[in-house]
Design a protein around this ligand. Structure first.
Ligand SMILES: OC[C@@H]1[C@@H](O)[C@H](O)[C@@H](O)c2[nH]c(CCc3ccccc3)c[n+]21
Length: 459
């Protein structure tokens, strides 16, 4: 019995994303995505690794779902591969949809509720060739894609997220260039950010049909200045504005924060937003997903590159708005990504969102940690990852006690997988994957997390 119980019906899940786990990149008509192109471009991914095979989930999905069920998870967040469903970004590939029908049927068979993300960064390459997210038409292509996927799956999938982390897709993909498509233009990045939100706004009403619920999954950080000097306070305002408030205000209020709009003016942001766009974007979600990993501690530093480790090749060009901001460690323990372990930051974000954007049901749609894992005697003792998750779940429990309407938690990630610019060098999984043999080994954290799910709470 749990001494720190969670609300009845709490969703206990794990999360993955299509390009990071599926492999089978040309099977059954799948077209290329910008991540296929980017990963195959020399110098973009550590050791030249890519998602061609990944962890072979396209072939092994039934085994993976059975493992989720045997561990005790009751929810699973995954993403649909746009180029598998619409090769070239148009039409309908029935064989691609059939994979997700098979996957969802396995989940329902195991009593696991599916939560589908439509966009987790794998834009069809042909749409990038036509301009990508800086091109307004891409938002309309996304709405069509959402309609196709929803028609095929909404009889069985009732929880939909439009976009995973629009900040990353825009500012890492088009600003710093550390993510696909690897462009480095602040003007393109701010255009992409708006059009990703517009895509959400166009798709959200369509996704509510057939008694479905729709959300989005921005990545949010607690943000703290290193001192209360005016310069450091302004650095924190700028990062909090661009990382958090820009997306929260648009999604939940249908407005952009004036200070951030001013910060983005040098990049032509005012020309991107057309009349009516923000009314389309705002107030459409039935729930908000929050991806939380750590806190940003920032200082004003005219010489700073304005980058935090988002790839081993973190480029010197900062994302728009982060110029002359240094991201520093405040002395907390760090994960294998170099990210500080700060569960207090999760409590801070949850209570802030609940207070400033009231009455929106919340999910933690990603939270987890990379640590170096070692197989010994057929198991993996990952106590650090277990401790990280336990501390963040304790923060969730405290937030719920403080009145936060938190409905579920998804550990990132169910399986070790392709960690973007880091390739397979960073392991976030509850389940270890031997990349040579594809053998899955549940880590200690998986067994522990499954017990938490079955008991609906922490001991
Ligand atoms: O880096 C771990 C996970 C990724 O594997 C997920 O695909 C992505 O949704 C996600 N977001 C974040 C926080 C922002 C970030 C993304 C990628 C690289 C560095 C930071 C961490 N993660």
């Amino acid at each position: 019995m749990a001494t720190r119980g969670f609300p009845e019906g709490f969703a206990w899940g794990a999360a993955t994303a299509s390009y990071q786990i599926e492999g089978s990149v040309t099977a059954d008509g799948r077209g290329a995505s910008i991540w296929d192109t980017f990963a195959h471009t020399p110098g973009k991914v550590l050791n030249g690794e890519n998602g061609d095979v990944a962890v072979d989930h396209y072939a092994r999905y039934a085994e993976d779902v059975a493992l989720m069920g045997s561990l005790g998870l009751n929810a699973y967040r995954f993403s649909l591969s746009w180029p598998r469903i619409q090769p070239g970004g148009r039409g309908v590939n029935g064989a691609g949809l059939d994979f997700y029908k098979r996957l969802v049927d396995e989940l329902l068979e195991q009593g696991i509720t599916p939560y589908a993300t439509l966009y987790h960064w794998d834009l069809p390459q042909e749409l990038q060739d036509a301009g990508g997210w800086p091109e307004r038409d891409t938002a309309y292509r996304f709405a069509e894609y959402a309609q196709v996927a929803h028609e095929a799956l909404s009889d069985r999938v009732k929880h939909w997220m439009t976009v995973n982390e629009p900040w990353c897709a825009a500012f890492l993909g088009y600003g710093s260039g550390d993510h696909a498509p690897g462009l480095r233009s602040s003007a393109q990045a701010v255009r992409a950010a708006h059009h990703l939100l517009l895509a959400h706004g166009l798709a959200a009403p369509l996704l509510k049909a057939n008694d479905c619920l729709v959300g989005a999954a921005p990545n949010l950080y607690a943000v703290t200045p290193v001192s209360d000097s005016e310069a450091d306070l302004d650095a924190a305002r700028r990062i909090d504005g661009l990382q958090n408030r820009f997306f929260l205000d648009a999604l939940l209020r249908g407005s952009y924060p004036e200070d951030v709009v001013a910060d983005l003016e040098p990049f032509g942001f005012a020309d991107v937003v057309q009349p009516g766009d923000l009314d389309l974007i705002g107030g459409k979600v039935d729930f908000l997903g929050i991806n939380y990993y750590s806190r940003h501690t920032v200082s004003a530093d005219p010489d700073a590159a304005g980058m935090v480790a988002t790839s081993p090749f973190a480029s010197a060009s900062p994302w728009p708005g982060a110029e002359s901001v240094a991201f520093v460690n405040a002395g907390r323990p760090v994960t294998d990504m170099g990210w500080e372990v700060d569960p207090g930051g999760l409590h801070e974000i949850l209570t802030r969102v609940a207070k400033e954007y009231p009455s929106v049901p919340l999910y933690i749609t990603e939270n987890g940690a990379a640590y170096v894992d070692t197989v010994a005697d057929g198991g993996v003792d990952d106590q650090e990852r277990l401790d990280y998750i336990e501390a963040h779940l304790a923060a969730c429990h405290d937030a719920i006690a403080d009145g936060v309407p938190l409905k579920g938690y998804f550990a990132w990630s169910f399986l070790d997988n392709f960690e973007w610019g880091w390739g397979y060098g960073k392991r976030f999984g509850l389940v270890y994957v031997d990349y040579e043999t594809q053998v899955r080994i549940p880590k200690s954290s998986a067994h522990w997390y499954g017990r938490v799910a079955r008991h609906n709470g922490l001991s």
